[in-house]
Design a protein around this ligand. Structure first.
Ligand code: B12
Ligand code: SF4
Ligand code: SF4
Length: 324
């Protein structure tokens, strides 16, 4: 079964790894320790993390955890403003984020191991992949793999498929990229000072992503020049010397001038769009994020970023350089 998994991963260009389900209790305890010490804020955790650890399976020696690292490109979305087509960048992982977990689960269940059970894990996936020795952290708090740098979606599954693990298996210690020792590019490049050299965990409440994925007014600490993506932010990954160039591909989603106007007219992040517009937005992001696209597009246009900076990000590139 491990050969089938490795053959599949090679064919589709993903990286995979597996470990005893006991790795989940290591990850759970890491998180619990950081919650107790205050390193992870309890309110932030309650509102944003929602992890569910399958504690029964953690103790079952037969179950395995499988992590899949899927390289993902950025996507370009077209709008029409005053008769001119502009493109905006959607960072890797947003397009079909949730659906991708299901796609891979079904593929593993039906094509790779016909008959084994596979369940999607809702656990801290960077930490899980780090504990399985598959990734290193960057100082920007994003995980890097040897094949895709940081431009990837991390997927985690629990399975009863027979995957051999050596009796000597031990969890890895989370480690920083060696490049981070002498580099400050992400710290100085972050537009909202969410990265601090003195600590690895991000100052999450200062990350643009946490604000631009949710409705509401822009906080005063977000400079207008920070807006360069339709949602999320790429800055700390794009300035990182451990990353290759980011590939940007057309999403196939184009908004007419009328639709663009509807988006911009309801730009407070609480928008009630028409069903047709909403379903188009939901082909880019999830239903929650769809509500903020008009507000974000407005900020992008005000920053002059949709035609110039966004197109600059959107040049077609290939991912070549490796993380280490
Ligand atoms: C909540 C969340 C967010 C929140 C909060 C981030 C956070 N730090 O928690 C916000 C909205 C800000 C966010 C932003 C982004 N996210 Co996000 N997010 C998540 C989610 C749901 C949970 C993350 C998590 O585990 N948080 C808990 C924290 C505390 O864990 P941690 O970040 O791993 O931190 C650990 C280390 O700091 C370690 N540690 C502590 N001290 C030390 C010391 C050393 C030396 C070392 C090495 C480690 C270490 O301990 C911490 C945990 O115990 C995951 C999906 C999932 N289920 O895992 C996606 C996920 C992490 N996000 C992802 C992405 C792509 C992003 C964005 C790039 C999106 C974008 N383009 O805008 C940004 C990146 C921002 C950044 N610079 O980190 C990807 C990451 C892919 C990758 N290559 O790493 C994930 C895994 C989704 C996926 N399935 O692929 N995200
Ligand atoms: S930009 Fe530099 S410090 Fe930041 S993650 Fe990349 S190598 Fe590390
Ligand atoms: S995603 Fe953007 S705002 Fe968040 S840490 Fe990286 S550069 Fe800073």
């Amino acid at each position: 079964m491990n050969r089938a998994l490795l053959r599949w991963a090679e064919r589709v260009g993903y990286q995979v790894g597996w470990a005893p389900a006991a790795v989940l209790s290591v990850v759970r305890q890491d998180i619990e320790r950081q919650l107790v010490s205050g390193a992870i804020d309890a309110v932030f955790a309650r509102e944003n993390l929602g992890f569910r650890f399958p504690e029964d399976a953690e103790r079952d020696v037969g179950w395995r955890v499988v992590v899949v690292l899927m390289p993902r490109p950025a996507h370009l979305v077209g709008f029409v403003v005053s008769g001119r087509r502009v493109e905006a960048v959607v960072p890797p992982t947003y397009l079909r984020y949730r659906e991708t977990f299901g796609d891979v689960r079904r593929e593993l269940e039906s094509r790779v191991w016909n008959g084994s059970k596979v369940a999607t894990l809702a656990v801290p996936l960077k930490l899980l992949a780090a504990r399985m020795g598959l990734v290193r952290y960057g100082r920007n708090n994003v995980a890097y793999s040897a094949v895709a740098g940081s431009y990837m979606q991390i997927l985690g599954y629990l399975t009863d498929a027979t995957l051999p693990v050596p009796a000597s298996w031990q969890p890895s210690e989370p480690a920083l990229l060696p490049q981070c020792e002498r580099c400050r590019a992400c710290e100085t490049g972050c537009p909202t000072e969410a990265i601090r050299r003195s600590q690895v965990p991000l100052v999450v409440e200062r990350c643009l992503t946490i604000v631009n994925e949710k409705p509401g007014p822009w906080p005063p600490w977000v400079p207008s020049s920070a807006h360069r993506c339709l949602i999320g932010c790429l800055r700390c990954q794009q300035v990182c010397p451990a990353n290759g160039d980011l590939e940007a591909v057309p999403s196939g989603v184009e908004f007419t001038e009328e639709e663009t106007r509807e988006l911009l007219d309801a730009d407070d992040g609480q928008a009630r769009y028409s069903d047709q517009l909403l379903s188009k937005l939901e082909s880019i992001v999830g239903p929650q994020e769809a509500r903020v696209i008009g507000r974000n597009l407005g900020a992008l246009l005000a920053n002059g970023a949709s035609g110039s900076a966004a197109r600059l990000h959107g040049r077609r590139h290939s991912q070549t350089r490796q993380a280490e």
